[in-house]
Design a protein around this ligand. Sequence first.
Ligand code: PEP
Ligand code: MG
Length: 543
Amino acid sequence: MEIYYGKSVYKGTAVGKIHLLSEPSEEVTRYSINDPEAEIRRFRTARDEAERQIGELYEESVSEVGQANAAIFEIHGMMLGDDDYISAVEELIRTQSVNAEYAVLMTGNDFAQRFLEMDDEYMNARSADVKDISSRVIRILLGRTADDPDEPSVILADDLAPSRTVRMDKSKVLAFVTVHGSSNSHTAILARTMNIPSIIGCKIELTPDLHGREAVVDARTGKLMIDPDSDTVEKARRQILEEKESRQALEELRGKPTVTADGRRIKLYANIGSESELASVSQNDAEGIGLFRSEFIYLSRTDLPTEEEQFRIYRTVAEKMAGKPVIIRTLDIGADKQVDYLNIGSEENPAMGFRAIRICLSRPEIFRTQLRAIFRAGAYGNISVMYPMITSLDEVHRIREIVDSVKAELVDEGIEYADIPQGIMIETPAAALMSDVLAREVDFFSIGTNDLTQYTLAADRQNAQVESFCDPHHPAVLRLIAETAKNAHNAGIWCGICGELGADTELTETFMRMGIDELSVAPSAVLPVRKAVLGSGGGGEAQ
Ligand code: PEP
Ligand code: MG
């Protein structure tokens, strides 16, 4: 048995034959052509066909994985139509009299390398996309169709292009294992959306003999085992059965209230970044949205969203949630979430820099536009608003002044709005330590444990080197959470957790004892957390 290690991006176990996905680029050879103009026409016809296919893929994937995840195919469409890309291919055919497949392969590799060299993670990820569109054009030129598996298989590939992932017949995919890729790549996100056990960064050399060999994928620990012995296979099969049973057991919790063993009702909500994730909120039976990361609206564009654009999104979310709570967090841009058009400029230490509420308070025109949209949408559902990265009482007072003036403006203009609840995120040690004072000024607290951990422990959440220091179980973090919950309750307001730690079922019992009133987690974590709450002793004071 051979064992290879990688990183799990979606946990689960699989047993089956390996289906090795080959790249059409491996079949490309270089040869000279006599008529470059005819070859360019061949390229153009293939490019047009690729564009048509991508248009179709976009439509299919919108219904399968939602608009936000399908947006990648819009990017592919744009890349295929990019003048620089097209002229680079045609130039190569014309000047070197080479075949179109070769020109597309070289251009794709060249563009991919350029994306990789850019000092921007988002642009680096586009490298796989430009290779993906080039492979599609090459496949068309070679008259090849995709070599998808015809029986349920473990898909092994160098890297998986999103277009392959989304188009594959899911009943034929037991697991994904790739040599490259990153946990936040679109393919990893798609794999998670489709609930398929997946490992990336698996250190294995892809040789043709791997195709058809038996494998066990343990995506809980990130292990790929090839030619497994019978004990390993048997153990994996038992594991698959247990996973299926625990999924079924969770299904039974659908529609059940989230109450502790001693009868305290907990609000169990979901975190989302866009309207398109609403489907998974209801699929996973979340009772509301505890964190709508509104900055994703700003991140997916090249200029500021208008009031009307934002209003439409917030109103749609509120209406679709049909009376269930929706907590919209105002713009939390900065640190790892940057947009060029805000011209924030580079900072030595962006996590401690100009971000979130700091930007909003110093650029009130941006903040006011968003507040108008949120308060107006409040008239169409059960919306609350919360403010990120608070460090002082003064900020809360300044926010209140702006909110009051925005409301007065809406009254003057005769525009309908609702006087919605306003909360703050407790995600800095300063806010946690001042939570007794802050609690008297707001309607609720939501603890952002991701940032609270990094600031408390002085360990950058983005820096893999200090990952072991960034431990949210550290007693200092837990003390701040407990103190915040106590101070919230003393002031008569509720206190939730919307950071990743809220989904950590090892701590559910602890949180219930602290009296945490709300947990807002990734949609797929809703049912596991409900299970943990049902089994927990509770003991906190209700709000
Ligand atoms: C947090 O910091 O815990 C949080 C929920 O906000 P974000 O992860 O978006 O910074
Ligand atoms: Mg945060």
